[in-house]
Design a protein around this ligand. Structure first.
Ligand code: FES
Length: 237
């Protein structure tokens, strides 16, 4: 197509399309850019910054930054790798992410990123948060201590489900996920089949009664690291 252009990622020339983000172009080319708030069915948000790349030497969020002709993108250099690992470490200490007792273990994108980045003990101090654990909904539970503030549930409920059940409340360090009812999750219009109940990357919003339907050891990231499905495209093409 005549309106495509090329740009360079880690020394490799790839094709971009007008209006396409760096992340979308890289996905097509089989180059994985780590991510947490981005989701293929939701509008990009640009909040977690795990997708940070260097564009002509300047940090940019690849999920929202449009690709342009001739740009030079660093997606694998030491600086971006260190930055992303630090963000993941900060997320781990900011919430209560106790993987061995979390139903999401093995399917958790934060845990999978930590494995992929070779994270061991975080160098930051654990915060040991004490936020609300809401079990009032018959089919879905909400543990605010595991929220990574990616906003996927907010966008899914508002843009896909048309309900706006979730949103953030509070500011700064007090920011947390809230629901649109004066009561708790059980008083909202959330249904277990809603997109908002499906897209949480961690164990914050979890459907009830499906725990261990897939045993630990046979879950999504137990055998293949996160990002491998994107990288497989490079081998195919
Ligand atoms: S994936 Fe780009 S900012 Fe979160």
């Amino acid at each position: 197509m005549s309106d495509t252009f090329t740009f360079t990622v880690d020394g490799k020339e790839i094709a971009g399309r007008p209006g396409e983000t760096i992340m979308a172009a890289c996905d097509r080319a089989g180059i994985w850019i780590p991510r947490l708030c981005a989701h293929p069915d939701l509008a990009p948000h640009g909040s977690c910054r795990i997708c940070t790349v260097l564009v002509n030497g300047r940090p940019q969020a690849a999920c929202i930054q449009p690709a342009t002709a001739g740009m030079i993108v660093d997606n694998a250099g030491e600086a971006v790798t260190r930055f992303r690992k630090n963000v993941v470490e900060m997320l781990f200490v900011e919430g209560n992410h106790y993987c061995p007792v979390c139903e999401k273990s093995g399917n958790c994108e934060l845990q999978a990123l930590a494995y992929r980045f070779g994270m061991l003990a975080p160098k930051y101090q654990y915060q040991f948060t004490n936020r609300r654990i809401d079990m009032t909904h018959p089919d879905v539970m909400l543990d605010g201590n595991r929220c990574v503030k990616c906003g996927r549930c907010v966008r899914a409920s508002r843009d896909v489900d048309g309900k706006h059940v979730f949103d953030f409340v509070g500011r700064g360090h007090e920011r947390r996920i809230g629901v649109d009812a004066a009561g708790r999750l059980g008083a909202t219009k959330l249904a277990a089949a809603d997109k908002a109940a499906e897209v949480c990357p961690v164990g914050c919003i979890v459907r009830k009664r499906v725990g261990y339907a897939v045993p630990v050891g046979r879950r999504k990231y137990d055998h293949k690291p996160i990002g491998s499905e994107v990288e497989a495209r490079a081998q195919e093409g």
